[in-house]
Design a protein around this ligand. Structure first.
Ligand code: ADP
Ligand code: ZN
Length: 354
């Protein structure tokens, strides 16, 4: 087992990575009598019973609360419905929420934990590659509204992240690809060696390779969050590909997956950086090639005007201007005195979308 610490003074916590680690964990140490396992309809069928049994063996009371799988469930309605069920089942301020699932479960369960009776303890057990390398780390929680993704939420750190690689055995290939999009992002913004590793291994990802990239990515994310929890500086770089990606998800009403949208976003935002003379044509080509090889989309043919309108009201836009993280080569981004995202002229954005 590998352990990585997210360093946030009194809110610090470990990310434990390994095979079969959930079965070996001691849940009593969290000092909570009752555990609410929050999960979605797919993960419930696969893994909720085993976890319940494990908790019962430790003498802990547990109950499963699930909701229909998919981004469409990431709403206030889901949070309220789960919370009310927990109240009716007698969960109190001393209870523990366990988020068992992908990014949607993590966001919903984390948000609920942050507001349930003004905040209760929670832990993350991410079961998708995307959640394991990204969304389970760093304490962002939230829900979507028709106006956009993640527009309501909180920063609320878990007590622990348990990243058990065994879960990935049942994960559909399409979901692995979603995680790979986010891994290309880490390669582009921070780690050229990770980028090369993905290029050499994307078609042959066994447990060993998965463990390696999960450890690498978790380390990058933990280090960034430890420096900048609330995204006032370097954490911004994690938004590479997401300014355009989130707008695409919103416009397509989540028919396009997050990984696909981020892939399209990185293609366009990489082009912007190239147009501005920052990213070389060769590195841009390498990025697009890897996205294509993995089987993620590289061409978006949607409504450009609508995309720009959505980007203007994105919560990360400033004075109505969308800002972009701009790679200067594979493994590094533009940075000016702790500023990591930059406004770009509209004609350059439009050109990149073509
Ligand atoms: P993400 O993790 O990509 O943010 P979701 O939470 O929606 O997004 O998870 C993606 C899909 O994968 C959902 O349909 C979810 O039920 C399913 N899923 C999550 N974990 C597993 C797993 N270990 N095995 C099979 N399917 C899973
Ligand atoms: Zn993302």
């Amino acid at each position: 087992m590998v352990e990585i610490i997210v360093n946030l003074e009194k809110n610090s916590y470990p990310i434990k990575i390994g095979m079969g680690i959930v079965a070996e964990e001691n849940f009593n140490k969290f000092g909570c009598g009752k555990c609410a396992i929050i999960t979605d309809s797919n993960v419930e069928k696969l893994y909720a019973k085993d976890l319940e049994k494990k908790l019962n063996q430790e003498g802990l009371f547990s109950k499963v609360f699930s909701f229909p799988a998919g981004e469409k469930s990431k709403t206030f309605a889901t949070v309220i419905s789960l919370g009310r069920k927990m109240i009716k089942s007698g969960f109190d301020r001393k209870s523990l929420i366990i988020a068992l699932g992908g990014g949607v479960v993590g966001d919903v369960a984390g948000f609920l934990a942050s507001i349930y009776e003004r905040g209760i303890k929670f832990i993350q057990i991410p079961t998708t590659l995307l959640a394991q390398i990204d969304s389970s780390i760093g304490g962002k929680t939230g829900v979507d509204v028709p106006e956009g993704k993640n527009l309501f939420g909180t920063f609320y750190q878990p007590l622990e992240v348990m990243t058990d690689i065994n879960f990935l055995a049942t994960l559909p290939k399409k979901e692995i690809k979603n995680g790979l999009a986010e891994l290309i992002k880490y390669g582009m913004i921070k780690d050229s060696r990770l980028f090369e590793f993905l290029r050499n291994n994307y078609s042959n990802l066994g447990e060993k390779e998965l463990a390696e990239i999960i450890e690498k990515a978790s380390g990058i994310k933990a280090a960034i969050v430890s420096k900048d929890e609330k995204e006032s500086g370097e954490r911004t770089i994690l938004n590479y590909g997401h300014t355009i990606g989130h707008a695409i998800e919103t416009i397509e009403n989540y028919r396009i997956s997050h990984g696909e949208a981020v892939a399209l976003g990185m293609v366009c935002e990489g082009k912007i950086s190239n147009t501005l003379g920052l990213l070389s044509a060769a590195d841009l080509k390498k990025q697009i090639e890897l996205i294509r090889l993995i089987g993620l989309p590289v061409n978006y043919c949607g409504n450009t005007d609508k995309l720009i309108e959505i980007m203007r009201r994105d919560k990360k836009a400033q004075a109505g201007n969308p800002h972009f993280v701009l790679p200067i080569k594979i493994g590094a981004v533009k940075n000016e005195e702790n500023k990591f995202a930059f406004a770009v002229k509209e004609n350059i954005i439009i050109k990149s979308l073509k």
